[in-house]
Design a protein around this ligand. Structure first.
Ligand SMILES: [Zn+2]
Length: 61
């Protein structure tokens, strides 16, 4: 995974479980979190794969 930095604090983001508020599924995604201010990021590749999979899961139920 590429290294990501917080725009505010200029510190390296740590891997973390990120919850998404805009998605209906109640699950965690592998994302990035700033250890300083706590802001959460989801890399685009996670959005493209994991979230699509989750949405498909939801559709099939
Ligand atoms: Zn930060």
């Amino acid at each position: 995974m590429a290294e990501w930095y917080c725009f505010q604090d200029k510190v390296k983001l740590e891997e973390a479980d990120v919850t998404l508020s805009y998605i209906v599924v109640n699950r965690f995604f592998k994302g990035l979190k700033c250890p300083k201010c706590g802001v959460q990021y989801l890399p685009e590749e996670v959005v493209m794969t994991d979230i699509q999979a989750a949405e498909q899961e939801l559709d099939s139920k």
